[in-house]
Design a binder for this molecule. Sequence first.
Ligand SMILES: [Zn+2]
Ligand SMILES: [Zn+2]
Length: 145
Amino acid sequence: MGDLSKNFNVSEFACKCGCGLKEPSPALVSLLQNIRDRTGQPVIIESGWRCTQHNKDVGSKILGKQGIAKGQRGDETASAHTRGEAADIRIKGMTKKDLYEILVYLYKCGQIDELEYAYMIKKSKTNVHVGVDKKKRNNRFGGEQ
Ligand SMILES: [Zn+2]
Ligand SMILES: [Zn+2]
């Protein structure tokens, strides 16, 4: 039994830099618990909360020396990770494509209504980014980004 929901603990969402930020949005917890319940598989959170500084560090790792432009991934004003409204997740034994396709399927069946958007993380074989923030966007499912 987790302290946030049946299977999730608040510590799993903590920012990796050790700053202490960790309390995720209730919609995110509900989304991940639904994914857990529908797939019957443990959902591993690779990255939950990111404070502004840690998000910048992650962003420059992804984008390299050219830095981060406004609105791009890693830009702290854009990333839902800096508001506890997004997580990078994986499920053991699944590729990111497997997981992504399951998320698309579950969403279309109305089983994960909390999901606002998802994409496969380019630099990873297994991780998918899921977010619950209600920003206006063209595509709920962004493919590989
Ligand atoms: Zn931090
Ligand atoms: Zn992410």
